[in-house]
Ligand binder design. Structure first.
Ligand code: FDA
Length: 512
């Protein structure tokens, strides 16, 4: 017998001991022809899909919970790391790659995606491998008056998205996706399947916004569905700097978070060409109103008259159609694209996030526009908080950015060619604007959104040697004072740190 055994062989041998599993049905190794297509199927960010990106020993696509249980136990036994993937949208690719040299296996939940609407109770059980678009689709099939408040991009996976919070166009009315979770099923490091009652309130708290991947495999969530009117109204109004975009944006900073909770107006800032062919900044006000057009005009005339919104700028539609509108589908596209899991276009991208607690002084805006113009293809997306977000206690779930947070900024830049030159250029532009923005954004700690994962904020060393103090560098930014409780929950439910990755929560174990 050979003295050195192959970790993949050991692991597969271990899996095959489960008498209920024909493992060729749900295990893909590099020897299988489908390996690459399964791996690439939900990768959005091409930065983590190159020939040098570390690849998994195997991809497991469990068909049953028992496949997950045996995967966890076998990986633990052979000390192989796990990466859990639902929708694959992680900004740093952490659900399907690993930046150190450790061996890892991807547990991909794409086959576990059933959605069961509990009629009459306005709740749904949704498995983690479903996309939020599928959830929206099936909820809208149940009733025109039901919706769910989660992210704008329909291809985002329920598993990762809810684990990190999840906000979209109804955040001001109903809060985060994670605020609307009332039960869950998780498989822990010992392979036990737990629900809210058996996992206990500490773990149930941690998995609603504490970031995916640190505590166990969340296999399903029970969510509260929310009321939406039969007709909603959307608009997108664009103003260049020459058209007064800067002062309108300034006004928005003061009122975007105070408007009626039925009115969500986000701002998208990007370079464009003006009428004379020069590069300028375009400020786009992109909005969902939970009501008809007349009521919208009345609301905007009362609270944001400077916008000059007119009926011709607006379109009435059903809530489910507004999902396609926000994802830039052409008018008339069938909502079936949501059910059919139409994939997102793949691009190279990089992003960072910030929160603003005091309006940026108007006289400083010009400087910010200048920095934006220095980028190749940058987009700043600013999403208002306020409304329901102000009412929820900062400790209720791990997401801490509540009352007093006016809006979130996402700095986003994408590029289309593989050259390291484009990538270096974009990444250095992003680091620079992030540095320059320091005086204008939340400080002590500077705040960030875990669903816009950013490894520049810091990384764990390795699974055997994580440090709570080191992890505070990013943990405090994502979770504020909730970070300590997250680390303590981790210390209880996964003291051996099986669920480890670059930015996993480190176990904090209190000695007597
Ligand atoms: P993925 O599968 O990559 O998982 C993300 C993280 O969660 C990883 O660490 C992973 O290990 C872990 N994880 C995944 N499934 C798990 C499970 N079942 N149990 C435990 N851990 C699990 N966000 C937002 O709030 N609003 C928005 O509008 C958008 N829009 C948007 C657009 C686009 C194009 C992208 C790429 C991303 C967004 N996001 C967003 C961010 C998104 O919410 C974030 O990337 C989520 O973590 C994605 O969840 P996935 O399941 O797709 O990711």
């Amino acid at each position: 017998s050979s003295a050195i055994s192959d970790p993949t062989d050991n692991f597969l041998q271990c899996l095959s001991q489960d008498p209920n599993a024909t493992y060729s049905d749900f295990v893909f190794t590099p020897k299988d022809t489908e390996y690459s297509s399964v791996l690439e199927s939900t990768i959005i960010n091409l930065r983590f899909s190159t020939s040098t990106t570390p690849k998994p020993l195997a991809i497991i696509t469990p068909l049953t919970y028992s496949h997950i249980q045996s995967t966890i136990l076998c990986l633990k036994h052979f000390k192989i790391q796990i990466r859990i993937r639902s929708g694959g949208h992680d900004y740093a690719g952490l659900s399907y790659t690993s930046s150190d040299q450790s061996s890892f296996v991807v547990l991909d939940l794409k086959e576990l995606r059933s959605i069961t609407i509990e009629s009459g109770q306005n709740t749904a059980w949704v498995e983690s491998g479903a996309t939020v678009g599928e959830l929206y689709y099936w909820v809208s099939q149940e009733s025109q008056n039901l919706g769910f408040p989660a992210g704008i991009c329909p291809t985002v996976g329920v598993g990762g998205h809810i684990s990190g919070g999840g906000f979209g166009t109804m955040v001001r009315k109903y809060g985060l996706a994670a605020d609307n979770v009332i039960d869950a099923r998780i498989i822990d490091a010992n392979g036990r399947v737990l629900d809210r009652k058996s996992m206990g309130e500490d773990l149930f708290w941690a998995i609603r916004g504490g970031g995916g991947g640190s505590f166990g495999v969340v296999v399903a969530s029970k969510v509260n569905l929310v009321y939406v009117p039969e007709k909603v109204t959307v608009f997108s109004l664009s103003k260049t700097l020459e058209q007064g975009g800067s002062s309108l944006f300034n006004r928005w900073q003061y009122i975007g978070h105070k408007l009626s909770p039925d009115l969500f107006i986000r701002v998208i800032i990007q370079p464009t060409l003006n009428e004379t062919g020069n590069r300028t900044i375009q400020v786009i006000f992109n909005s969902l109103f939970l009501g008809n057009v007349d009521k919208l005009i009345e609301t905007v005339t009362d609270s944001f008259p400077e916008l000059g919104l007119q009926e011709k700028d607006c379109s009435e539609m059903s809530w489910i159609e507004s999902i396609l509108y926000f994802d830039n589908y052409p008018k008339g596209e069938s909502i079936d694209v949501l059910r059919d899991r139409k994939p997102e276009p793949k691009v190279y991208f990089n992003a960072k996030s910030d929160y603003v607690t005091e309006p940026i002084p108007e006289e400083k805006l010009e400087e910010i526009w200048k920095w934006c113009l220095e980028g190749d293809n940058p987009i700043l997306i600013l999403e208002p908080h306020g409304g329901k977000m102000d009412e929820i206690e900062e400790t209720r779930i791990p997401y801490p950015h509540r009352k007093g947070y006016l809006y979130n900024i996402q700095y986003f830049e994408k590029w289309e060619d593989e050259s390291s030159e484009s990538s270096e250029q974009c990444i250095s532009w992003m680091r620079k604007i992030y540095e320059n923005m320091t005086p204008y954004v939340a400080k002590n700690p500077r705040a960030a959104y875990v669903n816009y994962r950013d490894l520049d904020l810091g990384e764990n060393d390795n699974a055997d040697n994580t440090s709570y103090l080191n992890a505070m560098k990013w943990g405090k930014k994502y979770f504020g004072d909730n970070f300590r409780r997250l680390a303590m929950v981790k210390g209880v439910v996964d003291p051996d740190n099986f669920f480890f990755f670059e930015q996993s929560i480190p176990p904090l174990i209190m000695s007597e």
